[in-house]
Design a protein around this ligand. Sequence first.
Ligand SMILES: Nc1ncnc2c1ncn2[C@@H]1O[C@H](COP(=O)(O)OP(=O)(O)OP(=O)(O)O)[C@@H](O)[C@H]1O
Length: 554
Amino acid sequence: MNFIRLLKYRSGSFFLLIALLGIINSLVFGSIMVFINNVIAGVGLPFALLPQSWLYGLLLLVSFILNKTFQTCIARLTNSIVYEYESAVIDKLRVSTFESFEKLGAQRVYTAIQDTRLLAQLPSNFVNAVNSVVIIFCGVAYMCWLSWKGGALILLFMTLLLIFYLARNSAIEKQLNQVRDLQNDYHRYLRDFLNGFREIKMSLQRNNNIYEHYLKHTLHRARVLNDRTSIRYLINELTGNYSWYIVLGLILFIMPQVLTIPAARITAFVVTILYIMGPLATLISSFPFFTRLKIAVERIEGLEREIDTYPQYDLEKETVSFPENFRDIVFNNVGYEYKDAGGKPLFEVGPFNLSIRKGEVIFITGGNGSGKSTFINLLTGIYMPTQGNLLYNGQQLVMNSYPWYSNRLSAIFTGAYLFNENYDGFDLEEDNRVLQKYIRMMELESIVRFDSARKTIDNKLSMGQRKRLALIYALMENRDVIVLDEWAAEQDPVFRAYFYEQIIPVLKQMKKTVIAVTHDDKYYGQADRILHFDYGRVIKDIKVQPVAHSALAK
Ligand SMILES: Nc1ncnc2c1ncn2[C@@H]1O[C@H](COP(=O)(O)OP(=O)(O)OP(=O)(O)O)[C@@H](O)[C@H]1O
């Protein structure tokens, strides 16, 4: 099974630990079984060097200490696997391209993270299962020692029972896999439900449909499948338990006649069967867990494998250095092609041949779907071109230079996501003069609330205010190039005018290079240059003359 391979892979001493537990348990439990049988039969222990009660106590003590050591090792080992799995998924995503993340979909990542939680139950289940196997093994060995024919019969019976379980388990596994697929769908609908909660409140039909036909429908299908698997497992357990009582009946009523085994040995057989029935029940009831675990591990590994097929950056080894002072960004025949899941081309943006020079204020204009945001994604290094090359200060970007390239630009995308924590390590103390200057510049003096304990600023703001705060953070990054995608769209007319007529000139004075997607034709004159997009291409690259502003606005 996968997790056995996993344990083995993560720890060289894994099999040593298992062997140790096996030997200890064989000795201890074997002795206890013999001990109890002999006490019942009134016979002294064959190898008693100490008084019986002392020996019994000593066996328990040794067993306790060694079992504790073994279980601690297994618990540490498996807990570290849980930790490694979860951090491995996040770590791989961290170095993946944005396109890979778009292809994977957030819901699959959420499900995988949930899967890793199941691994946390591995230590106790695994130790119980190993203990049970060892006790069962000792019991069967003892029965074979009592009577090899009787032992062989028990062994045959156990093999048949195992075949029965395995056959039924493969059918259950299929159903559990279907449940997992439904879980992915469910997460997708749930994200729609939670992210679009306001929109759902606005339509009874939408509200009803998402609940009845998607969320509840998927939950219902999962419930039916879960019911089926639970019943199958229940039948497995009952079959297992009852069949052992049948075996007890055979031992009590048939064995003495057919195999002519003496009564004292029959008692020993019955005691041994009763002794191993507990561990057998534990083993049978751990089947559902191990099947679920197997599916979870396969899914996590499947996700990891899929992430591995996508391009990944090497953030650890290679550090790409660009010359300090920004000069220009050059698009050399750069194009990007969207494809569907089957690789069929959907829409092509570019090819672009243009340069963006230090200190320029460039407005990107064009109709909906004309390719502006795709261009912004290419410019910021979020997308890698499917054709052509991008050059930063004359240095051609290769796969691994993208993270360092993106790190040279500040960007505010259309959603302007504000993080809940200060991951950038900005100085967000109230007495930071530079911060206060930017707050005044964005007219947020009476709005921002400092959280000095968490060293953050509260992000519960209106959309327009959030974008102003995002611009403050972009300025605090102190980078040469600032990219804005429809930044002013949510600003009120007064602040919008202030942004184009006051803030943009200040940014220009600060020698920032500004590339802004905009539909505000009234302010086109504030740009040095306008790139007008249509159907994925730049159809106009206009150098703005101050006198020509009004003409451009048309
Ligand atoms: N993830 C995607 N997969 C497939 N096609 C896409 C994807 N994103 C965008 N497109 C297509 O690429 C084209 C350009 O989209 P883009 O978002 O760049 O346009 P835009 O000019 O920014 O539009 P808007 O002004 O509406 O924001 C559109 O036709 C769109 O359908």
